[in-house]
Write a protein that binds this ligand. Structure first.
Ligand SMILES: *Cc1c(COP(=O)(O)O)cnc(C)c1O
Length: 233
């Protein structure tokens, strides 16, 4: 069977991203395999996701619960995971807790309480990240950095939630290097939270998108969320 053109260009782009990940990791004396690529599939259909899976990608990110529920009505193979990366409404928590392997956009007490309730109903511990608005942008999702310690404790006191780390979205800027302080800020917040709460290691730092993931890796990202660089504009 000859590969379709979609498959070829996708293969090309995945190759290029993997190469750039490896180079960025090397610059930071880190191992490329310590950086998980979450392919953000919000703009593509299921057939394209399946091609990406065949190319070895195992993590997929979506930002709308209902779109994701339709796209993944037929579940992915068991070795793949779906990540919720968009703003999560409390009334979608039930579907989200069932559908996603990780919820990256947890940022407020009401959502924490509702997800814990849904986890209890499902009898499942729901893996989450705390989303932090490091840049302090108005109208953006994510908690205030000053509220992070309190929310982290709240998640850790929820029997059906498990806090794995932090997530942030950097502001849109013309020069990607301007995002560096934001990524560094999230890493330092993670280090501070880990120090203050011994035995509660936050291993995941989800930061960096198509325009700035190399900088995020240099600053310690363990998970990058890549849409356009993999699936095209
Ligand atoms: C869409 C999206 C991404 C991917 O963005 P690209 O710039 O296309 O790589 C990453 N994170 C979040 C939260 C998104 O909504």
């Amino acid at each position: 069977m000859t590969p379709t053109s979609v498959e070829l260009s996708l293969r090309d782009r995945v190759f290029r991203v993997r190469e750039a990940v490896a180079l960025a990791a090397e610059r930071a004396s880190r191992r490329p395999e310590d950086v998980v690529i979450v392919a953000v599939s919000k703009t593509v259909d299921r057939a394209t996701v399946d091609v990406a899976y065949a190319l070895g990608l195992r993590h997929f990110g979506e930002n709308r619960v209902q779109d994701a529920a339709a796209k993944f009505a037929e579940p992915l193979p068991a070795d793949a995971a779906l990540h919720m990366i968009g703003q999560l409404q409390t009334n979608k928590a039930a579907v989200a807790a069932r559908l996603f392997g990780m919820l990256e956009s947890v940022d407020r007490p009401s959502l924490i309480a509702e997800l814990d309730r849904q986890g209890a109903k499902l009898g499942r511990i729901v893996p989450v990240l705390l989303q932090v608005n490091v840049a302090g942008e108005a109208q953006k999702a994510g908690c205030d950095p000053a509220a992070a310690a309190g929310l982290a404790s709240r998640i850790e006191q929820s029997p059906y939630l498990r806090l794995h780390g932090l997530m942030t979205i950097a502001p849109l800027v013309a020069d990607p290097d301007l995002t560096r302080p934001i990524f560094r800020g999230l890493r330092e917040l993670r280090d501070r939270l880990s120090e203050e709460r011994p035995g509660r290691r936050l291993s995941i730092l989800s930061m960096g998108m198509s325009d700035d993931y190399q900088i995020a890796i240099e600053e310690g990202a363990t998970q990058i969320r890549i849409g356009r660089a993999i699936f095209g504009p």
